[in-house]
Structures are given as C-alpha cells and as structure tokens.
Design a protein around this ligand. Sequence first.
Ligand code: RBF
Length: 170
Amino acid sequence: MSTELQVISQAQDYQLADGDTPVVGIVVSDWNPQITGTLRAAAVEQLKHVGLSEEDIKILEVPGSWELPFGVKKIQMLHSDLTAIIAIGSVIKGDTRHDEYINSAVTSALMQISLVGNTPVILGLLTTEDEQQARDRAGGSHGNKGYEWALSALKMSQLKSQSSKKRIGF
Ligand code: RBF
C-alpha cells in the first residue's frame, strides 16, 4: 500500500478483484453545499470510473454534518447490501466552538457505527479552519478528496467481502 502523499484531482484507475461487486452508500451533508456537492461528484465519478453503475451507488442527503451518523444508520437499513459507506460533510470553523463539538461527536459516532456494524464507514469529513481550506480540498490545490474517499470505499469493500486469508493486493 502506498504511503506517499498524493494529490488526486481526477478519477484513478483501479482494478476490481475477480468477483468483487461493491455497492457503495454515500451520505452527504447539505451544509456548505458547494463544497460537499463537489466532493460527492468526485466520489461518484471515481466509482463509475471503475465500473459501478447508478444502481451500485446509493445516495442519501442529510441537513448537516451532525446528522451524518443517523444518515449512515438509515442508509444501512434501507440498503442491506452495502459494502461500504462514505459520509461526506464540511465543517468550517466559525466564531463559536460548534466545529469542535460537531467534529468530535460525528467522528466518534461514525467510528462506532463502523465497528459495531459490519460495514466499513469512510470518513469524508473536511474539518477546516476556513472556507478556502475546504475549497482547496474540494477541487482546488489539494485535489479533490472525494476521489480518495471513493478509492478507500472500494478497498474496504474488498476487505469486507474477503473470505480467505490470502493477501489483498491494493
Ligand atoms: N454543519 C456542517 O455540516 N458544517 C458546518 O460548518 C456547520 N456549522 C454550524 C454552525 C452552527 C453555529 C450550528 C448551530 C450548526 C452548524 N452546522 C454545520 C449544522 C449542524 O451540523 C446540524 O445540521 C444542525 O445543528 C442541526 O442539527
């Protein structure tokens, strides 16, 4: 697995393993919609690039990042065949400490859901100091994190469905 720092600004080639049929859920927050919309578009583009169809990608919208954990639980109830779920949100620091409370609660809830359930949850939460930092990561100078999150979802889908001890070749 590569540990090099990569800036990904477009869909990457990725070979699905034989018999691997990922079905990916995307839960996306409507707060800071220009940012989350761009992240979501990149994630969908990446998944389609490797061969997933519209049917293999299930999308659920929630009002804000705070609602992401409930959205993840809900999408699992609606679609029992999901192999991974990406939770997308953008929390931007403001005059109050809302960002700290939201980020802390949401990240630990998503981790809990991932571990208690049997479906990996990909953390697609931008936690930035300002809007520019968010833009930089949603199609700007730091690429578009949506592509990376989709690739993580594909890798974790493969890991979830792995039934033997053979090494997974990412
Ligand atoms: N939700 C986000 O996804 N990103 C934000 O930057 C964000 N900022 C907020 C700031 C304040 C002061 C409040 C009260 C809410 C904010 N929310 C934000 C919305 C939050 O995630 C949630 O949708 C609402 O609090 C309703 O539960």
